[in-house]
Design a protein around this ligand. Structure first.
Ligand code: SAM
Ligand code: SF4
Length: 321
């Protein structure tokens, strides 16, 4: 079992399979980065799988595939199947912008994928285009429909921003409610890569908007999920991710792996240790030692709530969010 210095069990790893993306979301990757990680530095799926086996053997129970946009990477279903065949009980999920999902949902499900988180920041084509800097909505919604039709469980992520998509909080909530999908509103996290003048919305503002239409109760946290849950009087459960709250990190059980093999203990900080050398050399013991070291070094909490003018230098498209 992997336990950090604050007695938190770490049993969840998010694996970014590529930092590349077909969107240019204003809050994440508004411009094409100056340089991408050279292709030869990326870990192959076989190499990533070698590390997944190490992580599973050390007690990891949940793996989320993310990016960049994970569906840009060819043969993703084969990687999913490798993990599934090794340990079918693994909670295997993926976070995607869904632009390329139509036509591949069944294949992903057959490979062993259990759940999907899809980012939908707007249901208006022009607003979705303003955020992603590309005409994306029709493809995204078609992808979601197909995922639901093949029986994948889908959750929706929305990043509410003042003056951009704040008028659509209830529309997105209702779109999800009607389709029996859970929605999570993610408070915008400032980072050095985003467009500078974005004004995110915090939990009290979101709850005021939702409360104007629905009575809701506070359901608190559910296990290690980063979402604070609320339930409408009709019984629909929605979540808000509040990284600026003081207790947000208390139950964190996650670490992250970048596509080039950097193992990251916390989304906020720059610290990382590479597993690439050990994995490429077939040194399983070495890779397990790095994993334990990273877990041991996991910081107690992020610094988003500290208003000291510092902004996280971490790119969400690199860590996978
Ligand atoms: N491309 C995929 C997608 O957009 O779902 C997966 C990667 S994306 C980095 C993962 C999640 O991070 C998305 O739900 C996205 O909305 C969220 N995200 C990215 N930048 C963010 C930011 N600055 N603040 C809050 N959430 C952010
Ligand atoms: Fe791409 Fe996802 Fe970042 Fe948008 S949030 S730019 S879709 S990685």
């Amino acid at each position: 079992m992997l336990i950090d210095s604050y007695d938190r069990v770490v049993d969840y790893i998010r694996v970014s399979v590529t930092e590349r993306c077909n969107f240019r979301c204003t809050y994440c990757m508004p411009e094409k980065p100056f340089s991408w990680v050279p292709k030869e530095n990326l870990l192959s799926f076989e190499e990533l799988f070698e590390f997944m086996k190490v992580a599973i053997d050390e007690g990891v129970k949940k793996i989320r595939i993310t990016g960049g946009e994970p569906l840009l990477r060819e043969d993703l279903d084969k990687f999913i199947k490798m993990i599934y065949d090794y340990e079918p009980s693994i909670d295997l999920a993926m976070t995607t912008n869904a632009f390329l999902l139509k036509g591949s949902a069944q294949r992903l499900k057959d490979a062993g994928l259990k759940r999907l988180n899809v980012s939908i920041d707007s249901l208006k084509p022009e607003v979705a285009q303003q955020i992603a800097q590309k005409d994306v909505l029709a493809n995204v919604l078609a992808g979601v429909n197909e995922a639901l039709a093949v029986g994948l469980k889908v959750k929706v992520n929305m990043v509410p921003m003042k003056g951009v998509n704040d008028a659509e909080i209830l529309d997105v909530l209702e779109y999800c409610k009607e389709r029996d999908m859970s929605v999570r509103f993610i408070e915008y996290m400032e980072n050095a890569h985003a467009v500078v003048d974005i004004k995110g919305m915090k939990s009290p503002e979101l709850l005021a908007l939702i409360g104007a239409r629905y009575d809701y109760s506070d359901e608190g946290f559910d296990g290690h999920s980063p979402s604070h849950y609320y339930k409408t009087s009709e019984g629909y459960k929605f979540g808000i991710i509040e990284p600026y709250e003081d207790d947000f990190c208390k139950t964190c059980n996650r670490i992250r792996l970048t596509a080039e093999g950097n193992l990251i203990p916390c989304l906020y900080f720059d610290e990382a240790i590479s597993i690439s050398k050990s994995i490429k050399a077939g040194d399983i013991k070495g890779a397990a030692a790095v994993l334990k070291e990273v877990v041991k070094n996991k910081p107690e909490k992020n610094r988003w709530s500290e208003d000291d003018g510092e902004v996280s230098a971490r790119a969400f498209y690199e860590t996978g969010g």
